[in-house]
Design a protein around this ligand. Structure first.
Ligand code: AMP
Ligand code: MG
Length: 437
């Protein structure tokens, strides 16, 4: 038997970041940048107002108070987007909107709230003036050119994963495309004479092809483009043929046919290619795992049981996909949580227990099982938000132990409140009972 970590090492050795491609900016969201980006212009490109107010020469507002405001004639109106051609006339103010370019000569903006616009006596004739109630300091409410990004500055480093903020930064640099590592294409093939796709009612003995959908959904969630190849019958011909249909896949994933059953042909077909090994991995659920190459493409052969397939894909498929995406942190997102019930783990395998991890009253992580743990019971995986990892050397996990939990929803984590006192009582009872034994 092969340890989980050794199996993962062997698998990951085969993968690397896919060759970079140029994609439209929005398509780059979530992908890893394959170039370093520096600014070929400053952001903002010009000095502008951070507020709605009046652009002034700060020195000309000296000594202004509410009782004795400084009165300045308003010599211009500057809207955002307007081209500013003239300098601010000495001894005047310019009404200015947020984002509008500051006229030459002006060095501060007084906010509307600190002014009062006065119409000229008798209304109509002459230009209005503004009463300024507080002295401005040079630079007040002014955004300098290059305040955000300076021209020539390194803005984004190769290797970062693009989030909305980085997409926006690229847009502000007028980049309509980005050079990224593309999404790997992951082809998914279910195997088994009993497996049927969605549609017809099941006849006795038939099983719905849930794996084809679970695995495609997981691949998409991990950042790949899933390609569903459907179902291969348990015949050498059908299997061999279907495997060749994935010609442009970066990874081929099969489910079923790798265990010891009479009709588990997959392993024979794969073995015959000479490049695929069938491993027994020290884990539960899941144990048989095929890995190698078919037609030059990496193949990951998962067990057929729905939860065994999903857990194996989480452990081995996810990091392989991330590596092709150019991501360097391949470890699963994990928290450490306090176990609240006794869990048997005979057989020296690493047990991935479908679990609900939540927080107790103090905010600490607490974990309980999510129900029935049979390798075919998908509903308890649906109830779980984590996989509690019971190490292979631990025959029993006792309440109160701290163990790692792999988070299944790390991109949108929700941690339910767990009744900390009930959990604590359970832990105390177990520990008390344990001492007597
Ligand atoms: P196998 O590994 O082929 O022996 O399959 C193990 C179990 O998983 C059997 O009960 C299969 O019916 C079930 N199974 C195999 N493939 C799928 C699938 N695509 N969807 C749902 N269950 C499956
Ligand atoms: Mg089968």
């Amino acid at each position: 038997m092969l340890g989980v970590d050794d199996a993962l090492d062997r698998i990951l050795a085969v993968f690397g970041p896919l060759p970079p491609v140029e994609v439209p900016l929005l398509d780059a969201l979530g992908l890893v940048l394959a170039e370093s980006v520096s600014a070929d212009a400053s952001i903002p490109p010009f000095r502008n107002s951070a507020m709605d107010g009046y652009a002034v020469r700060a020195a000309e507002t000296e000594g202004a108070t509410v009782g004795r405001p400084v009165r300045l004639p308003v010599s211009a109106h500057l809207a955002a987007g307007a081209e500013v051609t003239a300098a601010l006339q000495a001894g005047t103010a310019a009404r200015i909107m947020t984002g509008a370019a500051l006229p030459l000569g002006a060095d501060a903006v007084v906010r509307f709230e600190e002014t009062d616009e006065e119409t000229p006596d008798g209304g109509g004739a002459g230009s209005p003036s503004v009463a300024v109630f507080r002295p401005a300091r040079s630079g007040d409410n002014v955004r300098e050119a290059g305040e955000d990004v300076r021209r020539g500055e390194a803005v984004l480093a190769a290797g970062i994963r693009l989030r909305p903020a980085e997409i926006g930064l690229l847009a502000s640099l007028n980049r309509s495309t980005a050079r990224v590592h593309p999404r790997p294409r992951v082809a998914i093939l279910s195997t088994g004479d009993e497996i049927v796709d969605l549609g017809p009612a099941l006849r006795m003995g038939q099983v719905r092809n849930s794996n084809g959908y679970t695995l495609a959904a997981m691949a998409a969630r991990f950042g790949a483009t899933p390609v569903q190849l459907g179902i291969a019958r348990d015949t050498v011909d059908d299997l061999s043929w279907k495997l060749t249909t994935a010609h442009d896949a970066d990874l081929l994933v099969t489910s079923g046919g790798v265990s010891l059953g009479d009709f588990d042909l997959v392993k024979d077909v794969l073995r015959d290619t000479g490049e695929v090994s069938i491993w027994q991995v020290r884990m539960k659920p899941g144990k048989p795992l095929a890995f190698g190459r078919v037609g030059g493409r990496p193949l990951l052969g998962l067990p057929g049981n729905p939860v065994a397939a999903a857990v194996s894909f989480e452990l081995f498929g996810r990091p392989a996909i991330l590596k092709m995406l150019g991501v360097t942190d391949l470890a699963p997102p994990t928290v450490e949580a306090t176990v609240t019930e006794r869990l048997d783990n005979r057989g020296h395998r690493r047990h991935y227990v479908r679990a609900v991890v939540g927080r107790d009253r103090r905010g600490d992580f607490v974990v309980r099982t999510a129900g029935e743990q049979g390798a075919g019971v998908l509903s308890s995986l649906a109830r779980a938000n984590g996989l509690l990892v019971v190490p292979e050397h631990l025959a029993v996990a006792e309440p109160g132990m701290r163990l790692p939990v792999i988070l299944l929803d790390a991109d949108a984590p929700r941690f339910p409140k767990v009744d900390g006192e009930a959990a604590a009582a359970e832990i105390a009872a177990h520990q008390g009972g344990g001492q007597g034994v």
